[in-house]
Design a protein around this ligand. Structure first.
Ligand code: HAM
Length: 430
């Protein structure tokens, strides 16, 4: 019986893992340049961490279970709530803002399709405490910086502010539940569905029209003036618009201007309160959103202090898809470049000793541990793309020497065993 991989999961083989590691290391470097430190939280959490804000309905979308002690647990669908939980216990006394980043897998019970997995990876960050247009702008600039350094082209950063739509909905006196449903439809970007939905609910026509107009407003910063004129009478929505204007000023100071103001961004998760942003890569189809984030207030909800925070997460798998789609060659270094081969089995232990000597000097080295014949070792080394094979023969060893074979041009050279590490290092550098 062949045992299958669970639906919506993948195996990553050598080449893909190397590419993923390279991308991971670029993002990690940029996050650290901006002053973020890495944290790690558990893969599973108490179920209530995810239902407290989002309600019981979210249980349909996540993996949850009872452990043997009857505790209700869930595999994390994202990392913002776990980070907020951790912050309350570990960081409340730390000077703010606290800047942290994470890289880890998340699990969502979704219908798998291209770019949508049941296990996927997020590379994200949270700036906790110190909400300001400056921190929001810095975080958006950092996201763009990562993608630029990865060489990704044509990505679009769309920025909005949930306060505009939320305050208009609040003024209509429809229930919070209905408001959430409307935001959910807006998040799907389905204008037709929104129109049909609004038709049947008890809301004044002016507000309905205003909502439909707003979610279609997209463009450069000049659209802010147009928005201002149409929401003139709503003071709170105007405050949110003012926040957006301030954010744009800070973005300009950070040298980032390649954004789209988009008032139709609603974000699927319920905890956002103000600035929101999403990054899309056209060409990835329905799952073109490679990043999402914004400003939220979760910590107070979990029993901590009232601190507003900002963060985002790259959908790491989608970033990889986007890079591959654009045929960005992700440099991968061969890890092992040297292979130590005993010419006969009596030199096996000597070969181990030499391999270890090279490894201790930091040279990635492999050695035959399974007792292959020399011919087989050479063809194996060739298939692995090894640059140099160290041939260990009894006669050479007696004289304190080994033979090094260049696998690219076939040339052989006898070198002193005593200086083997230095000789190989200088060959590898040439
Ligand atoms: P999110 O938009 O739900 O936000 O997820 C972030 C990113 O993860 C998405 O933009 C998408 O690229 C990727 N993603 C989501 N679901 C899947 C899936 N099933 N398969 C592959 N990729 C997926 C959050 O999770 C927030 N916690 C982000 C955040 C951090 N907000 C503030 N801080």
């Amino acid at each position: 019986m062949e045992i299958q991989r669970p639906r919506g999961t993948r195996d990553f083989l050598f080449k893909e893992m190397k590419e993923r590691k390279n991308v991971e290391s670029t993002i990690r470097q940029i996050f650290e340049i901006y002053g973020y430190n890495e944290i790690k939280t558990p893969i599973f959490e108490e179920l209530s961490l995810f239902t407290t804000k989002s309600g019981e309905g979210i249980k349909d979308q996540i993996y949850h279970f009872q452990d043997k002690g009857g505790r209700d647990l869930a595999l994390r669908p994202e990392l913002t709530a776990p980070v907020a939980r951790m912050y309350i216990k570990e960081f409340q006394k730390t000077p703010k803002p606290v800047k942290m980043y994470y890289f880890g897998s998340c699990f969502r019970y979704e219908r798998p399709q291209k770019g949508r997995w049941r296990q996927f990876w997020q590379f994200g960050c949270e700036l906790i405490g110190g909400k300001s247009p400056g921190s929001e702008a810095e975080i958006i600039t950092m996201a763009a910086h990562c993608l630029e350094d990865l060489g990704l082209q044509n990505f679009e950063i769309h920025i909005g502010n949930l306060g505009i739509l939320r305050n208009i909905l609040n003024d209509t006196n429809i229930s919070e539940d209905l408001q959430d449903q409307i935001m959910g439809i807006i998040d799907k970007g389905d204008v037709k569905e929104l129109k049909t939905f609004l038709k049947d609910i008890d809301m004044d026509n002016d507000s309905k029209e205003l909502l439909q107009k707003l979610i279609e407003m997209k463009g450069d910063s000049s659209i802010i003036k147009n928005v201002e004129s149409i929401i003139n009478c709503n003071k709170h929505a105007c405050n949110a618009l003012f926040e957006l204007e301030e954010l744009i000023k800070s973005l300009t100071a950070f040298g980032f201007s390649n954004y789209v103001v988009n008032l139709g961004i609603a974000r699927g998760l319920d905890y956002y309160t103000g600035t929101v942003f999403e990054i899309y890569v056209p060409g990835l189809g329905a799952q073109k959103q490679i990043c999402g984030g914004g400003t939220y207030n979760l910590i107070e909800l979990f029993g901590g202090e009232n601190v507003e925070s900002t963060g985002f997460a790259f959908g790491f798998d989608r970033v990889m898809d986007a890079l591959n789609k654009q045929k960005k060659s992700i440099e991968i270094e061969k890890s092992v470049k040297v292979f130590v081969a005993p010419i006969k089995s009596d030199m096996k232990l000597k070969a181990f000793e030499i391999a270890q000597k090279l490894r201790k000097k930091g040279i990635p080295t492999d050695v035959d541990v399974v007792g292959k014949k020399l011919k087989k070792i050479l063809s194996y080394a060739d298939s692995m793309g090894i640059n140099y094979v160290v041939l260990v023969g009894a006669r050479d060893i007696e004289k304190g020497k080994v033979t090094v074979k260049n696998m690219i041009n076939g040339e052989q050279e006898i070198i002193d065993l005593e200086n083997i590490a230095d000789s190989i290092k200088s060959k590898l550098m040439n």
